[in-house]
Design a protein around this ligand. Structure first.
Ligand code: IPE
Ligand code: IPE
Ligand code: MG
Length: 249
C-alpha cells in the first residue's frame, strides 16, 4: 500500500484532528464515550504507520480548550481515558522508540493532577527515544498558545531584555509550546468537518489541509495512504508561482 507513495514527498510532520468519535458511536447505538475508546487503536496504528514511513513528527489533537463545553460525564471520561491510555501503551512506546510530548494550557486546575503527572512521567520516560516524536495536543488551543507567547514577549520587554522594535514572527515561534517542532506540511481532519477548530493556528500557515469523511475510529492505513496521495498531488507554492512555471514572465 505504501508503494503507491512517492518516497521523496513524505511529510516530515503530520498533524491530525481526530474527529468523529461521537458520531461513530451514535451510529452503532452506543454512548459517545465508546467512540473515544474505539479511537485508541487508530492512534497507535497511525503511529506504527508513521514509523514505517519515516515520518519524524506526528501531532494528534486529543482535547481542545473548547472541549470543556461538553457534559461533565464526557469530560471526566476523556481525562481518565487519556491518562490510562498512556499506561496501556507505556511498554510499546518504549519498545518502538517513540518520544512523547504534550502541548496545551499548563497549570489548569480543571485537569486532574494524576493526568498532569502521567503526562510529565510519559515525557520523562520517553525523553531519550529517537524514532518519532508524537505530540498530544491536550487542553490545547492555538489562540491560547499564541497568547502565551505574547505574554512571554511582554514580560521580556517589561524586564528590559527585549527591544519592542525587534519583535517579529521568530519571537513568537521561539516561544511556542515546542519551539523545536517543525511546522506540519500536512494536516488531516477526519469525519468530514472542514475547519481547524483552534488546532496549530500559528504552525498551519502553509500546511496542506486534507479532509476525509472517514470517522476517526475507522481511520486505518488505507485512509492514511489516501490522505498522503492527496497531499502528494498538491502544488505547494509558499507565495511563489506554480512549479514548472518559474522564469516565465
Ligand atoms: C473527536 O471526536 C474527539 C474529541 C474531540 C475529544 P468527537 O467527540 O468530536 O466526535 P463527534 O465530532 O461528536 O462525532
Ligand atoms: C476538535 O474537534 C477537537 C479535537 C479533535 C480534540 P471538535 O469536535 O471539538 O471540533 P468542533 O466543535 O466540531 O469544531
Ligand atoms: Mg467532533
Amino acid at each position: 500500500m505504501f508503494d503507491e507513495l512517492d518516497p521523496a514527498r513524505i511529510p516530515r510532520h503530520i498533524g491530525i484532528i481526530m474527529d468523529g468519535n461521537g458520531r461513530w458511536a451514535k451510529a452503532r447505538g452506543f454512548e459517545r464515550t465508546v467512540g473515544h475508546a474505539a479511537g485508541e487503536q487508530s492512534i497507535f496504528d497511525t503511529i506504527d504507520d508513521c514509523l514505517e514511513l519515516g515520518i519524524e513528527w506526528l501531532t494528534v489533537y486529543a482535547f481542545s480548550t473548547e472541549n470543556w463545553n461538553r457534559s461533565s460525564d464526557e469530560v471526566d471520561f476523556l481525562m481518565a481515558f487519556n491518562e490510562s491510555l498512556l499506561v496501556r501503551h507505556r511498554d510499546s512506546v518504549a519498545e518502538k522508540g517513540v518520544r512523547l510530548h504534550f502541548v496545551g494550557l499548563a497549570d489548569d486546575p480543571r485537569v486532574p493532577e494524576r493526568v498532569t503527572e502521567r503526562m510529565a512521567e510519559s515525557e520523562r520516560l520517553s525523553a531519550d527515544n529517537t524514532n518519532i516524536h508524537v505530540v498530544f495536543a491536550f487542553n490545547y488551543g492555538g489562540r491560547a498558545e499564541i497568547a502565551d507567547a505574547a505574554r512571554s514577549i511582554a514580560e521580556d520587554v517589561a524586564a528590559g531584555a527585549l527591544d519592542p522594535a525587534k519583535v517579529d514572527s521568530t519571537s513568537i515561534s521561539n516561544r511556542l509550546y515546542l519551539p523545536g517542532m517543525p511546522d506540519p506540511e500536512l494536516i488531516i481532519r477526519t469525519s468530514g468537518e472542514q475547519r481547524l477548530s483552534n488546532f496549530l493556528l500559528w504552525q498551519s500557515a502553509y500546511s496542506e489541509l486534507v479532509f476525509t469523511p472517514v470517522l476517526w475510529p475507522d481511520f486505518d492505513r488505507s485512509a492514511l495512504v489516501d490522505c498522503l496521495l492527496e497531499y502528494q498531488r498538491r502544488d505547494r507554492r509558499f507565495g511563489g508561482v506554480a512549479s514548472g512555471e518559474e522564469g516565465s514572465g
